[in-house]
Design a protein around this ligand. Structure first.
Ligand code: AMP
Ligand code: FES
Ligand code: ZN
Length: 311
């Protein structure tokens, strides 16, 4: 039996290789919550003056996020936001889970149903030229609608459940492709100076996937057991397995990579950054770098397709 490294009494239930310690359930909960609190304070994510919209997808990360934020900051005004993407055999289950968690933590839940509000669903992309890139189009839709819904409820911050593994996976990808523009934007906090864009925060950015899952289990949270049917699971998993290999040799690899990016490289990149003039989409009025925003472009492709189908 392995004894917990913190209380030295109970049996350890989780091994954290990067920290070279094993912890029992209670000590892990304290450890996890302390780390999330530190991240929120260190990166100045929010204060009691904010209204935080928490994006809850039905997955373990965003469920854990809602639970930990409510437990740590009960005085901060929070609202949960869920997007029902209309994916058959998947999205309705996700919405049910989001409802259960919001109810358990006594937080108002705002649901935006893509089909009801906009007349299309993510599955409709199957028949378009976006069919091979459904996840990318879905990403555009999610970013746009999470921001819009957060604005509609007067939220000043939008929190997502991205964890350390997600963050470093994306970071690694941008480095491999030398995508400096994307690297500039990859931060625990994306401060917005635009009144139509809510500042985005990632309070779990320093917590590993394993820690987040275990925390969700400790809190007894329900979460979806299978991934979305469209996700390019193989590519994402391959990247994570590669990072796992590196972590076998250097258990704190993800933490070191994250820190060196946020602390050292990011400040250097920001200095070089030129002010990007943000325009307003000529169709919906939301911020965009071009004439029409990506969301409106996607919607118009789908609408054209539907019109053609009627003939
Ligand atoms: P993903 O892009 O699926 O990896 O999700 C990253 C984060 O975005 C999640 O942890 C949630 O905070 C948020 N998110 C993703 N899908 C949804 C959804 N359908 N509704 C609300 N939030 C979502
Ligand atoms: Fe967006 Fe699967 S959740 S493509
Ligand atoms: Zn638009």
């Amino acid at each position: 039996m392995v004894i917990c490294a913190a209380c030295k009494k109970a049996e350890a239930e989780i091994r954290l290789d990067y920290a070279k310690r094993s912890l029992c359930r209670d000590c892990f909960t304290l450890f996890f919550e302390r780390k999330v609190r530190n991240a929120v304070l260190k990166y100045h994510m929010f204060s009691v003056k904010d209204k935080v919209a928490v994006a809850v997808s039905g997955g373990k990360d965003s469920g854990a996020l809602l639970a930990v934020l409510k437990r740590l900051f009960p005085r901060v005004e929070m609202v949960a936001v869920h997007l029902n993407l209309g994916i058959e055999g998947y999205s309705d289950g996700c919405e049910e889970i989001a409802k259960k968690i919001a109810k358990a933590y006594d937080i108002e839940l705002i649901v935006c149903n893509l089909r009801k509000a906009y007349g299309f669903s993510i599955s409709d992309f199957r028949k378009t030229r976006f069919s091979r890139k459904i996840c990318a189009s879905c990403g555009v839709v999610k970013r746009y609608l999470l921001n819009k819904t957060a604005l509609e409820v007067d939220a000043t911050k939008l929190a997502t459940g991205h964890n350390l593994d997600d963050f470093v996976g994306v970071l690694f990808n941008h480095y491999v492709h030398g995508d400096v523009e994307q690297l500039k934007r990859l931060l625990p906090v994306n401060v917005s100076h635009n009144p139509k864009m809510v500042t985005r925060i990632k309070p779990l950015c320093e917590m590993t996937e394993k820690e987040t899952r275990y925390y969700a289990d400790c809190m007894g949270l329900p979460y979806k057991s299978h991934a979305c049917p469209f996700v390019h699971q193989r590519r994402l998993e391959k990247r994570q397995r590669l990072l796992d290999k590196l972590s076998e040799v250097m258990p704190n690899f993800r933490h070191v990579f994250f820190k060196s990016h946020v602390k050292r490289l990011q400040p250097a990149l920001q200095v070089e950054e030129e002010a990007v003039s943000v325009r307003e989409c000529t169709r919906c009025g939301m911020p965009t770098s071009g004439e029409v925003c990506s969301f409106c472009k996607i919607v118009s492709t789908l609408t054209k397709r539907k019109r053609l189908e009627k003939f």
